[in-house]
Design a protein around this ligand. Structure first.
Ligand SMILES: NC(=O)c1ccc[n+]([C@@H]2O[C@H](COP(=O)([O-])OP(=O)(O)OC[C@H]3O[C@@H](n4cnc5c(N)ncnc54)[C@H](OP(=O)(O)O)[C@@H]3O)[C@@H](O)[C@H]2O)c1
Length: 318
């Protein structure tokens, strides 16, 4: 059993989160993750939640669009049946028909209804889609804090320039931008290359790393012969699965030097050592348990350098 991880501050807020959270996109999503097609059940998701809580994980990330609200409903049910020390992060989706800041409060109230909670611990703008100005949504987020419906606010998929704009706009209302949630993994290094990671450090913003296992690829269970099912199989061409095998072999080798850590655990520890908070998705207790094994130890700087080099040698798939 892992010792309980120490919480780290969420941005400059007084909220403390575990150094690793759990992502819940697959909790109810049929199209991409195959929810409802027999691979995993609500009982599996509940077990993933409880295993995580028992290990001291308190950050759970959802969104109104995940499973068209099902993820929020499932997560809210698990949270209400357990304890109130969970940090629930959800997101507002800027659909094209939403263009007034008041639509944000309406969407948040509906998210809270599905969650069955009085307020969200972290409310995030899912994407910086035009045409609505960043300042409009930031005003909506500040309204949410003032109305007591959100304890803290963040953004997602924002570039460094958009993050600065968001931070300045919120600061004018006396509200802190606590996080930017972006894709970050050994197969997606953009946050390092575009300066996002440095900017987060400079501004005291937590970088929440989504798809930290590259949607399962970094677990090593998918190979050119056994690609991931469904849409993921189409997204990750056979060529990429061939290309990443040396990196997977390296993850195994490095893990072996840490009492048999799995590729997933090494890949997640790499994100943590970079200074970000990974939120791997987990469909069942085994996956959650495996991912929690990324906590309580650290890769050495030499191992980080070797992993960086192996990742640099790969072409990103975009
Ligand atoms: N803000 C955004 O725009 C955005 C976008 C994407 C994701 N997110 C958030 O980030 C979270 C995580 O990202 P993600 O779900 O895309 O990808 P991920 O965490 O990289 O991969 C999750 C998937 O990998 C497999 N897996 C996880 N742990 C495993 C283990 N230990 N052993 C074997 N397989 C394992 C599972 O799928 P299989 O078993 O089917 O392989 C799982 O659903 C999401 O749930 C969501 O909360 C946010």
């Amino acid at each position: 059993m892992n010792s309980q991880p120490r919480g780290i501050p969420l941005g400059t807020s007084d909220l403390r989160v575990s150094p690793l959270g759990i992502g819940t996109w697959a909790w109810g999503d049929q199209l991409f993750w195959g929810y409802g097609r027999g691979g995993y059940t609500d009982a599996d998701l509940e077990s993933a939640f409880h295993v995580s809580r028992a290990a001291g994980i308190n950050l759970f990330d959802t969104a109104e669009i995940y499973g068209r609200g099902r993820s929020e409903r499932l997560l809210g049910g698990f949270v209400r049946a357990s304890d109130d020390r969970v940090i629930v992060a959800t997101k507002f989706f800027p659909y094209p028909w939403r263009w007034r800041r008041s639509s944000l409060l309406r969407a948040l109230r509906r998210s809270l209804e599905r969650l069955g909670l009085d307020r969200a611990d972290l409310y995030q703008i899912h994407w910086p889609y035009p045409p609505v100005a960043i300042e409009t949504w930031m005003a909506g987020l500040a309204d949410a804090v003032e109305a007591g419906l959100a304890r803290s606010v963040g953004v997602s998929n924002y570039s460094p320039a958009q993050t600065r704009r968001a931070q300045i706009s919120l600061a004018e209302r006396g509200v802190a931008l606590v996080s930017n949630q972006v894709e970050y993994s050994l197969l997606q290094r953009r946050p390092e290359r575009n300066g996002m990671l440095d900017l987060c450090r400079e501004l005291g913003i937590t970088l929440i790393a989504y798809s930290p296992l590259a949607m399962g690829l970094l677990t090593g269970k998918y190979t050119p012969e056994t690609p991931p099912p469904g849409l993921r199989g189409r997204r990750y061409r056979r060529k990429l699965l061939v290309q990443i095998q040396p990196l997977i072999a390296l993850l195994r080798e490095v893990g072996a030097g840490h009492a048999g850590k799995t590729p997933a655990q090494v890949a997640l520890n790499w994100v943590i050592c970079k200074g970000a908070v990974p939120i791997p998705g987990a469909k069942n207790a085994n996956q959650a348990q495996d991912n929690i094994g990324a906590l309580g130890w650290r890769l050495t700087s030499e191992e980080m350098a070797v992993l960086d080099a192996a990742s640099d040698a790969l072409q990103e798939w975009e």
